[in-house]
Design a protein around this ligand. Structure first.
Ligand SMILES: [Zn+2]
Length: 313
């Protein structure tokens, strides 16, 4: 289970402080909070040494939403809006109006070498019959089944104060299954899909958790209410210093590398038009200003060094 409070509130506050965008509409912050909670759940599950990037992109008023969680549970999240969002808009109304919405999970290893591709799994935001998912949790369960062959129940909820989630996953009897090592254990897991009685009972209990309960009750109470008849093995919670916290990985250097990748002509034309180049980070709101001298220096320095491996901010 995960329950984000301070980290989640900071993400919302930073967005609210961005004069260009202002706060998220309620339905978007609900989606993004659910993504942040899901990202922390997945990262905690697999303990991947690098960034887990959870994205949904589509053709509705929300163009893209991203939650990124590092192995130490540093997290950041942002959404890009291109249209009006009404209160209570469902996943398909936000991102999958025409049916081209997708959900992607990328595992980007720490210290990735230039040319090395990160692992990425992508599934549509609709099932095999083309029925659109209305909730993020349904899309994620579908992803887990499609990409990882893992029976999964996910319950997610978010409001302005809390972003929370519960994940139940049946570990295959044979081998280790996680996002990175799915193929090895594929067959073992598939054999028992949906057939394990113990799993089915626990999954049914987990799925009965309501949004209200998830948002308002502490972890202890939720576990007791749902699984009071089960034998529970508790891990030491990751909280405080070792828990999830908001942190952004943007830097002046990375923004500079991104500007270099745009090309000298593009950057010069921005300088000619506006007198300088200003780039704001979508995740944390930090503004990076490059005056004409800074901008020119980017290219003279870039010329001396090998090309930048990454333009991801
Ligand atoms: Zn940033």
């Amino acid at each position: 289970m995960v329950r984000l409070t301070d980290a989640w509130q900071e993400i919302l506050q930073r967005r609210a402080g961005n004069k260009e965008t202002g706060s998220y509409p309620a339905a978007v912050s609900e989606l993004l909070g659910q993504m942040a909670a899901a990202g922390v759940l997945m990262q905690s599950n697999i303990k991947f040494n690098g960034a887990l990037v959870f994205q949904v992109m589509g053709d509705g008023p929300v163009k893209l939403a991203v939650a990124e969680v590092q192995s130490n549970l540093d997290l950041r999240a942002t959404a890009t809006l291109i249209g009006e969002v009404h209160d209570g808009a469902s996943l398909d109304e936000l991102l999958n109006v025409e049916g081209s919405g997708r959900c992607a999970i990328t595992l980007d290893p720490k210290g990735r070498q230039p040319g090395q591709q990160p692992y990425q799994g992508v599934v549509p935001l609709s099932d095999a019959q083309g029925r659109k998912f209305t909730r993020l949790s349904d899309a994620l369960q579908h992803y887990m089944l499609q990409s990882e062959q893992l029976d999964t129940v996910i319950v997610l909820a978010a409001n302005k104060e809390v972003a929370a989630g519960l994940i139940i996953q049946r570990m295959p009897v044979k081998g280790e299954a996680n996002l990175a090592a799915a193929t090895e254990s594929e067959s073992a897991a598939q054999d028992a899909q949906g057939l394990n009685e113990e799993y089915n009972r626990i999954a049914t209990l987990a799925a009965s958790l309501t949004t209200e309960e998830l948002l308002t009750l502490d972890v202890e109470t939720v576990l007791r209410r749902l699984f009071w008849e089960e034998k529970l093995l508790r891990f030491v919670p990751e909280q405080g210093e070792s828990g999830p916290r908001f942190a952004c990985t943007c830097s002046r250097e990375r923004v500079g590398a991104m500007l270099v990748s745009l090309g000298v002509q593009e950057v010069e034309s921005i300088v000619a038009e506006r007198g300088s180049v200003e780039v704001g980070c979508d995740f944390c709101g930090q503004q990076y200003l490059f005056d004409p001298i800074d901008a020119a220096r980017l290219f003279t320095e870039a010329g001396k060094q090998p090309p930048s491996p990454s333009t991801v901010q």
